[in-house]
Design a protein around this ligand. Structure first.
Ligand code: ADP
Ligand code: DP6
Ligand code: CO
Length: 325
């Protein structure tokens, strides 16, 4: 009863930022992402009847506390679905992505865990079923079931059965590149989960965020369909800025940005002024992702590497969905 799965992170172009149900992880808005080939997690789940509790090793170290609880609670869902509630597992996971630094480790981490766990226990899930299950580990993870562009449909039902991701376009459809600009790989002070909760509960800007989603979502889908890079980039950048603006209105207020984050943002806008179509987006963390086209790769990389405070630039293409090893 053992399986290994590999899942890639995804970068949200239209952000998921807020839950209407914390326990089931039901979002307040649809979101849309691009899966990345450069960052991923590989997880092995091995169910044993000799074990009396789950054991979770991340990057070779035993995990306890909140991160452990999130994993065992998630395996409970898998145990309940399969009816094998008395089985515990050894879980070994390797993150080829910084953990909890705003590079979406929870997305690749829970997508790999869901796929490996479901397979190991003998569940035979369709992609929508796997996405729906994965959602309950980390919301952004439900989009990492698919390669390329994916949209998480928020759904309407209270039980969450209609809340899962669907594929929008496969990775081969369009060669868009993403530079991950690394300035800090340390764990963020406010997790995505805590940050969005505080924002929903206290930020007066939150309703404006929600009101702006339908337009952004319709626009970006047209942009993807027409392969209109400027349109996709401009909408992504604006959507990211609106999401981060909501955190400044929260109580207590917070921001994920560092000084170098702002420097990278300005440099990207300068590149555009100099005729290179490049656009930024930022998840819940200080690091910046820059969207660009293959023909501009060398100039974009060089420009980003030269920014004071930038420690690394990692280039990604569109990535694949779940694979089993
Ligand atoms: P990130 O920006 O990295 O997604 P989050 O705050 O959303 O940051 O989530 C980080 C949390 O995700 C970690 O503290 C841990 O609980 C969980 N996580 C990260 N990687 C894995 C993994 N490989 N397997 C299981 N859980 C993981
Ligand atoms: C800003 O999926 O990490 O990256 O559902 O609580 O695990 P939980 O949160 P998470 O939130 C991601 C927030 C975001 C935007 C996005 O990825 O859509
Ligand atoms: Co996350």
């Amino acid at each position: 009863m053992k399986a290994t799965a590999k899942a890639h992170t995804n970068i949200a172009l239209i952000k998921y930022w807020g839950k209407r149900d914390q326990a089931l992880i039901l979002p307040t808005n649809n979101s849309l992402s691009l899966t990345l080939d450069g960052f991923y997690t590989t997880t092995t789940v091995d169910f044993h009847d000799a074990l009396t509790q789950d054991v979770f090793m991340l990057n070779g170290q035993a995990v306890t506390g909140e991160a452990y609880q999130r994993v065992t609670k998630f395996l409970d869902l898998i145990r309940n679905l399969s009816g094998k509630t008395d089985l515990y597992a050894n879980i070994g996971s390797i993150n080829e992505v910084p953990t909890a630094a705003g590079f979406a480790s929870s997305a690749s981490g829970f997508a790999a865990l869901a796929a490996a766990g479901a397979k190991a226990i003998g569940l035979n899930l369709s992609d929508p079923e796997l996405s729906r299950l994965t959602r309950q580990g980390s919301g952004s993870a439900c989009r990492s079931i698919y390669g390329g562009f994916a949209e998480w449909e928020m759904g309407e039902k209270e039980d969450g059965t209609d809340s899962y991701a669907v594929p929008i376009a496969p990775r081969e459809y369009w060669d868009i590149r993403v530079a991950a600009v690394v300035l800090s790989s340390t764990m963020k002070k406010v997790s995505s989960r805590a940050g969005m909760k505080r924002t929903v509960e206290t930020s007066p800007f939150y309703s404006g965020w929600i009101d702006s989603i339908p337009n952004d979502l319709n626009g970006i889908k047209v942009g993807i369909q027409e392969k209109d890079f400027e349109k996709v980039g401009a909408i992504s950048e604006a959507n990211c800025l609106k999401m981060h603006a909501t955190t400044l209105g929260a109580n207590p207020p917070f921001t994920y940005w560092h000084d170098t984050t702002l420097r990278v943002m300005h440099t990207v806008q300068e590149m555009r002024a100099n005729g290179i179509p490049a656009y930024f987006t930022i998840d819940a963390g200080p690091n910046v992702k820059v969207l660009y086209l293959p023909e501009d790769e060398a100039r974009v990389e060089e420009t980003l590497r030269n920014i004071a405070g930038v420690t690394d630039v990692r280039l990604s293409k569109a990535g694949p969905g779940i694979t089993y090893l």
